[in-house]
Design a protein. Structure first.
Length: 183
């Protein structure tokens, strides 16, 4: 019998000072049995950074043809494709054909090695690539409870997270600035 995902519920008071975006997000997140807590929290952080109408989690790890997060237009076109981890350049090339904007958020100990190997392949793909520091992602993951209220304040390429069990800051580095494809 297959293992089932673990369900987490987050109520997030989001303040994005860079975009003047303020919202309360009620997220129910399924953590795949093979997914680490750090990866799940990188997904949630990427969601907060890109929060907008029609943004949603996909089936993610269980469906290779979908990103971790996407935004769809009213006519069901993919306007934003977000992958979390270290995807192959071929995957991002395919995503660029499906979505007007593609973003990648890398987060773990092998991020530097992955980026050094993939940088040349990514440069013509016109995708955004960001990296969360591994130690900061671990600190964020250490705060997680199954149900929790979180305050996330985003400013200057950094997220300040406050929870009932503690606080942390997760900055990100921009590795590549892409663009949007006209659709």
């Amino acid at each position: 019998m297959a293992l089932k995902p673990t369900i987490y519920k987050f109520k997030i008071a989001l303040t994005d000072l860079d975009r003047n975006y303020y919202d309360t997000l009620n997220l129910t997140v399924a953590r795949h049995p093979s997914e680490t807590m750090e990866r799940m929290m990188a997904r949630i952080l990427a969601f907060c950074i890109n929060a907008q109408d029609n943004l949603s989690f996909t089936k993610g790890l269980s469906t290779a043809e979908e990103p971790d997060i996407w935004a769809r237009t009213l006519d069901n076109q993919v306007s934003l494709w977000i992958d979390v981890g270290e995807p192959a350049s071929d995957r991002i090339k395919k995503a660029r054909g499906l979505a007007s904007t593609v973003k990648v958020y890398s987060f773990n100990t092998k991020s530097d090695v992955w980026w050094n190997q993939e940088r040349e392949k990514f440069s013509p793909l016109n995708a955004y690539v960001f990296r969360f520091p591994w130690d900061k992602t671990q600190a964020l993951a250490a705060l997680v409870q199954r149900t929790m209220d979180i305050s996330v304040t985003i400013t200057d390429d950094s997220a300040y997270i406050a929870t009932e069990s503690g606080e942390c800051e997760v900055p990100w580095a921009t590795l590549q600035i892409g663009g949007t494809r006209d659709t």
